[in-house]
Design a protein around this ligand. Structure first.
Ligand SMILES: Cc1cc2nc3c(=O)[nH]c(=O)nc-3n(C[C@H](O)[C@H](O)[C@H](O)COP(=O)(O)OP(=O)(O)OC[C@H]3O[C@@H](n4cnc5c(N)ncnc54)[C@H](O)[C@@H]3O)c2cc1C
Length: 504
């Protein structure tokens, strides 16, 4: 008995994107989500605001599949960056230009703007690759579509011009420290870009390939947005959209086992004892949790080993500080919640913070990205702290959480001197908390590290890069697949396209 054309395990952005694509093509689909609401890691919350606070690269095609074509105009607000400087000379980055808060231009020779424009040009190329399965994942380059795509990509490289093309290929593999310091002095602007390149990663700015990560992050042209009415409202919008598309949603129930007969998927057994039937299952959980649901005997030994060897260390914590009132910033024009505040005063500072993480500690001088959020008449300062290891030496206990909060507050006090007195409550959510709640090993931002050996055709593993895994009918649709994480939705969309092609 077949109930659905497809079952999607996990209702994060990629599960939602996969389900909407399949449903818009007339397939009957159900999403199984263990949390009480959809939204996954991005929407994960305790008392305070959600884990994700900004939209990096939300893909217009995903929004269109959901039938929300006009979302970019009505519901998203563009966000400026404030680079916090100990000297008090904070810098505002807006539309790729950098200004002191009194309006003076920072980079009078225009080198920062030229650099960010170069990154945007590169981003356009990567975006083309991100919106499709990696080349040749249909075992070989055999479809006309694949060949045309490859030719088009070759042409766009060629159109860069010979020297620019050579430069692109050289730059993309570089470490972001060398790349930035070729053009910029080491200071807050170089610090900002190196922090953006390494957020969510277990790599420091001197690791090879971190330019790729920076281009990936700026993939849609350096414009950063936030949902105007908040992240929770944004996910509500997506959930309503998939319900309109007739996708069934089962929340608060865990998928326990993927049912397999004669090496083909037959459905999913749920923790409440029921079974949902389908010949197609798309899984957006972490790969180790997929392996448990499938059962090791249904995976090739080589594949099991590749999954075990994936690098999945989580390095991002969220600290939410509830404030009695909003601090006053006389020199910041415009609404304060339309800004993100970055503490990363130099590349060296970012590299030092990474060094602590390498040895199982978090830095006493952390790299952070903070936003002010208003929720139900409460004020929160919500921070993402980088380089906070899931495998903390001594383990994650209350003292370690309190200590992490203290180092954050200390580093932000250069900017908000009264911060300590304003805090009425706080919560610290560690990478391990994300791992436990969501079934994502290490609580890794991208489910597995976005490093040169785990991208494109190598993502998540060379044999699973076509979104297919193990028994017939099983697909991977989470951010461990190409192109990776952020609130982008392309791993889910690409996987759904693959399902549609294979079931024609
Ligand atoms: C602290 C932090 C802050 C972040 N901030 C941002 C940000 O500001 N902007 C941004 O763009 N990105 C941000 N990210 C990254 C972003 O959240 C992820 O890249 C994105 O959520 C990945 O989406 P996904 O759908 O692939 O996976 P997930 O969001 O992890 O969704 C997977 C879903 O599967 C469910 N699941 C797993 N196993 C089962 C099972 N057995 N049964 C049922 N359900 C199951 C989980 O509960 C989860 O809901 C942040 C990440 C972290 C950790």
């Amino acid at each position: 008995m077949i109930d659905y054309d497809a079952i999607v395990i996990g209702g994060g952005i990629n599960g939602i994107a996969a389900a909407s694509m399949l449903s818009s093509k007339g397939k009957s689909v159900v999403i199984i989500e263990q949390q009480s609401e959809l939204g996954g890691m991005a929407a994960h919350k305790r008392e305070g605001p959600t884990a994700a606070h900004l939209l990096w690269n939300l893909n217009p095609k995903v929004i269109k599949d959901l039938g929300l074509g006009s979302i970019s105009f009505d519901d998203l607000t563009s966000v400026d960056t404030i680079c916090v400087c100990e000297s008090g000379n904070h810098i505002r980055v807006k539309n790729s230009g950098a200004f002191y808060l009194d309006g003076r231009v920072v980079d009078t020779d225009g080198s920062f703007r030229k650099l960010t424009n170069r990154l945007s040009r590169y981003g356009v190329l990567l975006k083309k690759l991100a919106e499709n399965a990696p080349f040749g994942t249909d075992d070989k380059l055999n479809s006309t579509q694949d060949i045309l795509r490859l030719l088009r990509f070759g042409l766009s490289l060629k159109l860069l011009g010979k020297s620019q093309m050579r430069k692109f290929l050289q730059d993309i593999l570089m470490n972001v420290s060398d790349f930035l310091l070729d053009d910029l002095p080491d200071g807050p602007l170089a610090g900002l870009l190196s922090a953006d390149a390494t957020r969510g990663q277990f790599s420091g700015p001197r690791n090879p390939g971190t330019v790729f990560n920076l281009v990936y992050r700026y993939g849609h042209g350096c414009e950063l947005t936030r949902p105007t009415k908040g992240m929770e409202n944004f996910f509500e919008l997506l959930v309503n959209a998939i319900k309109k598309l007739n996708v069934d949603v089962k929340t608060h129930v865990r998928a326990e086992k993927i049912v397999i007969e004669e090496d083909a998927v037959k459905g999913v057994e749920l923790a409440d004892g029921t079974t949902v039937f389908s010949n197609t299952v798309l899984c957006s959980s972490g790969l180790n949790s997929m392996k448990k649901m499938v059962g090791i005997s249904y995976l090739d030994i080589e594949d099991s080993r590749s999954i075990k060897n994936l690098r999945t260390m989580g390095t991002t914590a969220k600290v939410n500080l509830k404030l009695s009132k909003l601090p006053i910033f006389e020199n910041i024009k415009g609404p304060i919640n339309d800004c993100r505040f970055i503490v990363a005063p130099s590349v060296d500072y970012v590299d030092n913070a990474f060094n602590s993480c390498k040895y199982g500690h978090f830095s006493q001088t952390p790299v952070s990205e903070s936003v002010f959020t208003f929720r139900q008449s409460e004020f929160w300062l919500s921070s993402i702290i980088q380089f906070v290891p899931s495998k903390l030496e001594g383990g994650w206990n209350e003292a370690a959480r309190e200590h992490l909060k203290q180092v954050l507050v200390h580093s932000l006090s250069a900017f908000i001197p009264s911060l300590n007195e304003l805090i009425v409550d706080f919560e610290v959510i560690t990478p391990n908390d994300f791992a436990e709640d969501l079934g994502v090993e290490g609580g890794n931002w991208h489910h597995s590290e976005m490093s040169l050996d785990q991208i494109f055709n190598l993502r998540p593993t060379p044999r699973f890069s076509a979104y297919r895994a193990g028994p017939k009918g099983l697909y991977l649709c989470g951010s461990s697949s190409h192109p990776g994480g952020d609130i982008m939705g392309l791993s889910g969309r690409n996987a759904a396209i693959r399902v549609l092609r294979n079931t024609k």
